[in-house]
Ligand binder design. Structure first.
Ligand SMILES: O=C(O)CCC(=O)C(=O)O
Length: 280
């Protein structure tokens, strides 16, 4: 059974919960009330204006230029994502140093406690030296926006060539996701985690939300028994971190009038477990 825990950012039990996460005694921690309304509004306004400046429409997902460097067939997206990523990397200046430093320090202090590392660095591309944005915005628009069932371990095995281009070596088994909700949709856009083993080598994605597992057979994540589903319902300003490399999850299609907007990224420890690397 997946082990998730809720804890308030102000609660002295926060460090203990994050310590348990670092020891794999918890699979996820929902940290309540990390960011206040002013910070959330600021991030939202920043994202909306960046989107407008880039002429982006519809749902937006993270995609660092690192991906476009690694794969020729993604060349068509290069301009789009390079511009998007530049804005993210430049975001410290755009938001104001102090403001950014506070948000970044809050997230990194949580990530450090969650991994028992002392340093947090952005992953870099080996040849180009381009750093991945530590955080990104993701918007799921109504009617089309969703994340189909996946776990990052499967995705990262698929993109192994991409990870070889990164410096230094990170442990993709121990990577995790973190995000804060900036805007919820009135309906849909729910994060659903599944109590289904992640066998990594025995699973094939047949179509969106349907996989074939050598041991478990065909699984349709849209019709799965409710006792295998753990819905996670972060409110705006909460930060959720979970071991996404080894947890099946999906975000249901957004159907309410408002889009769902989150701010977060991925984190992984290097093979020596000394440094934490963030990327998005
Ligand atoms: O809700 C989000 O922004 C992302 C959820 C997710 O699929 C992930 O972090 O891996």
């Amino acid at each position: 059974m997946l082990r998730f825990k809720d804890v308030s950012y102000q609660d002295p039990a926060l460090s203990e919960s994050l310590h348990q996460f670092s020891k794999n005694e918890l699979d996820g921690v929902l940290v309540k009330n990390v960011f206040d309304t002013e910070q959330i509004d600021f991030l939202l306004r920043f994202f909306q204006s960046a989107k407008q400046r880039l002429g982006l429409q519809g749902s937006v997902m993270a995609h660092p230029p690192l991906f476009t460097n690694a794969f020729q067939n993604l060349k068509a997206y290069e301009e789009y994502y390079t511009a998007y990523n530049e804005i993210l990397l430049d975001f410290e200046h755009k938001l104001g140093k102090e403001f950014f430093a506070k948000i970044s320090a809050t997230i990194t202090s949580i990530l450090k406690l969650a991994t028992e590392t002392h340093e947090v660095i952005s992953l870099k591309h080996k040849q180009s030296g381009v750093a991945a944005a530590a955080f990104t915005f993701r918007e799921l628009c109504t009617g089309e926006g969703e994340f189909t069932a996946h776990y990052e371990g499967l995705t990262f095995d698929f993109y192994m060539d991409f990870f070889k281009l990164l410096s230094p070596d990170i442990s993709t088994h121990h990577m995790f996701s973190f995000f804060t909700v900036l805007q919820k949709s009135e309906e849909g856009g729910e994060l659903l985690c599944f109590d289904i083993p992640c066998s990594r080598t025995t699973q094939k994605v047949l179509q969106s939300n349907v996989i074939n597992d050598d041991e478990l057979g065909v699984i349709d994540f849209t019709t799965i028994a409710s006792d295998k589903i753990i819905p996670v319902q972060p409110a705006a300003g909460d930060l959720f971190l979970f071991s996404s490399a080894l947890t099946w999850h999906r975000v249901s299609r957004v159907t309410g009038p408002s889009s769902r907007i989150t701010f977060g990224g991925f984190a992984a420890v290097d093979v020596q477990k000394a440094t934490l690397y963030t990327f998005s």
